[in-house]
Design a protein around this ligand. Structure first.
Ligand code: APR
Length: 230
């Protein structure tokens, strides 16, 4: 089986009702991103940060995967699929994808502020001041905030290097290191970018743009992949 590595971003979840970030004037659901998604924001006003992610979780609870997510799951029948997502939602998992790497953390997990290896699955949407880990320290969202290291990046790079085919869906490719993943893919490997607004990229051989929404764009790509590489 050929290895298909897929980098996804906020755009793949747009048709599931979750808003993308950079299309809304640099505000994220009305918030200055540095106030709600940075260590400084957390230090200054943890309650605001917790509330922001509580609202994102509440919204995410009922969100359903769309055709973009579902087609990626279907492709597992034909390819060895690894999804590297910048999204913190769990729509790839809800679609049934079996190999998902979350570069920027997961919305439905909390983690200890004392020991980052203590990570807890959340059933519900609320995380509040006073909720503590087993060591007694405040829990925070298990999200990689702006300015924080991206611990899963090395694993993602290893997969990108092994990719026979590389696919990018719904990301503006503005946030590093994730946006640089494409540079680890072999020059010969075909690369596809699916986005209704063509993101700026470097110049790569074998790069094809599908200027379309994730749902319809992925259907086209699925047909092409099965025709050309299966
Ligand atoms: N289908 C596919 N792509 C879409 C759709 C759609 N229906 N609607 C919008 N898009 C595209 C936009 O054109 C844009 O290029 O999705 C992209 C979303 O870009 P961003 O909002 O910048 O999201 P992303 O690239 O995932 O952001 C990267 O930055 O906000 C931080 O940590 C956060 O993981 C996030 C990272």
């Amino acid at each position: 089986m050929k290895k298909l590595v897929v980098l996804t971003g906020a755009g793949i979840s747009a048709e599931s009702g979750l808003k993308t970030f950079r299309e809304s004037d640099g505000l994220w659901e009305g918030h200055d991103v540095m106030k709600v998604a940075s260590p400084i924001g957390w230090a200054k006003n943890p309650e605001l940060v917790l509330d922001f992610y509580n609202q994102r979780r509440k919204q995410g609870l009922n969100a359903k995967p769309n055709d973009g997510h579902l087609i990626l799951k279907e492709l597992e029948s034909y390819f060895d699929v690894v999804i590297v997502t910048q999204n913190v939602d769990n729509l790839h998992e809800k679609a049934g994808s079996s190999n998902v790497i979350h570069l920027h953390g997961q919305l439905f997990q909390s983690r200890s502020t004392k020991d980052p290896s203590l990570i807890y699955e959340m059933e519900d949407w609320q995380l509040n001041l006073g909720d503590t880990c087993e060591l007694g320290s405040q829990l925070r969202p298990n999200i990689v905030w702006f300015g924080e290291a991206v611990p899963m990046m090395e694993v993602a790079m290893m997969h990108a290097q092994q990719a026979d085919i590389f696919l990018v869906v719904g990301t503006s490719l503005q946030v590093y290191p994730a946006a640089g993943l494409i540079d680890f893919v072999s020059l010969n490997a075909p690369k596809y970018i699916v986005d209704p607004n063509k993101p700026e990229t470097g110049i790569y051989p074998n790069l094809r743009f599908v200027v379309d929404k994730a749902s319809t764009g992925m259907r086209k790509i699925q047909e092409e992949l099965l025709r050309e590489f299966n």
